[in-house]
Ligand binder design. Structure first.
Ligand SMILES: NC(=O)c1ccc[n+]([C@@H]2O[C@H](COP(=O)([O-])OP(=O)(O)OC[C@H]3O[C@@H](n4cnc5c(N)ncnc54)[C@H](O)[C@@H]3O)[C@@H](O)[C@H]2O)c1
Length: 247
């Protein structure tokens, strides 16, 4: 018996990086994972490789910020599986730049994916979770949403907002058996951080007490805990996975 046997878990932004690691881990623990991403080919490759490893996965092409598409996708998943136990709002983008020079479209793009995407999926799964009187939602935030980061006003604001969304929703749905938490990663080695200049990476290492960057599986471990029965009395919380970069 695995700990997520029989569970149905939606993971957004699952075609690579942290979302892919979360999806693989949940499938390893027995969950049927519903993968949502804009990169369909990569997503299908992840789903195939999960199936080859003996897991259950479905790939769905969806832009998390497109409300109607998200509603359609979630309705189809609920109809097919009759349950949605877990939602991990992981899809996220950066469009870095100093506020003085930030283009309106860079502000809008980040808020649209990171914040509106989290709103869309959270709202869409609630009917099914409330009917079951069970659900676990985890929003992937960021250390930037806790401490701020020069060059990331749009991103930090969106990540602070998904923390506030988690806390507020936790208060709304706690009586229905649903927990809502956030995980705030620090510097995790993925495509998102790969593109940063070497001197920026070196500066981050300086301020990380554990003196190394995190891996996607470090974030996934915290997500798995929050989705599990071990965390059934934890809601409205932020778990930092940052090597001590911000305490
Ligand atoms: N890597 C880090 O250091 C770090 C730190 C803190 C927080 N995070 C957060 O973790 C999450 C995952 O980041 P990552 O490092 O794996 O990034 P990544 O860029 O490797 O992966 C992001 C995924 O989201 C998908 N995506 C982007 N826009 C989408 C949309 N509109 N609809 C559906 N899917 C979309 C991408 O296709 C990709 O698969 C993000 O929310 C990110 O902000 C990452």
């Amino acid at each position: 018996m695995k700990r997520f046997d029989g569970r149905v878990s939606i993971v957004t932004g699952a075609s690579q990086g942290i979302g892919e690691a979360i999806a693989r881990d949940l499938a390893d623990e027995g969950a049927t994972v519903i993968l949502a991403d804009v990169q369909l080919e990569k997503l299908e490759a992840v789903a195939r490789s999960i199936a080859e490893a003996g897991g259950r996965a479905e790939a769905h092409a969806v832009d998390v910020a497109d409300t109607a598409s998200v509603e359609r996708m979630v309705a189809a998943v609920a109809a097919a599986h009759k349950r949605i136990d877990h939602l991990v709002n992981n899809a996220g983008i950066t469009r870095d730049g100093l506020l003085m020079r930030m283009k309106e479209e860079d502000w809008d793009a980040v808020i649209r994916v990171n914040l509106k995407g989290t709103f869309n999926f959270s709202k869409a799964v609630l009917r099914t979770m409330i009917a079951a009187r069970y659900g676990r939602i985890v929003n992937i935030a960021s250390v930037a949403g806790l401490m701020g980061n020069a060059g990331q006003t749009n991103y930090a604001a969106s990540k602070s907002a998904v923390i506030a969304l988690a806390r507020s929703l936790a208060r709304e749905v706690g009586a229905r058996g649903i927990t809502v938490n956030a995980v705030a990663p620090g510097f995790i080695a993925t495509a998102m951080t790969e593109k940063l200049p070497e001197e920026v990476k070196a500066a981050y290492l300086e301020i990380i007490p554990l003196k190394k960057f995190g891996l996607p599986k470090d974030v996934s471990s915290a997500v798995k805990f929050l989705l599990s029965e071990d965390a059934s009395y934890i809601t409205g919380q932020v778990v930092s996975v940052n090597g001590g970069m911000y305490m």
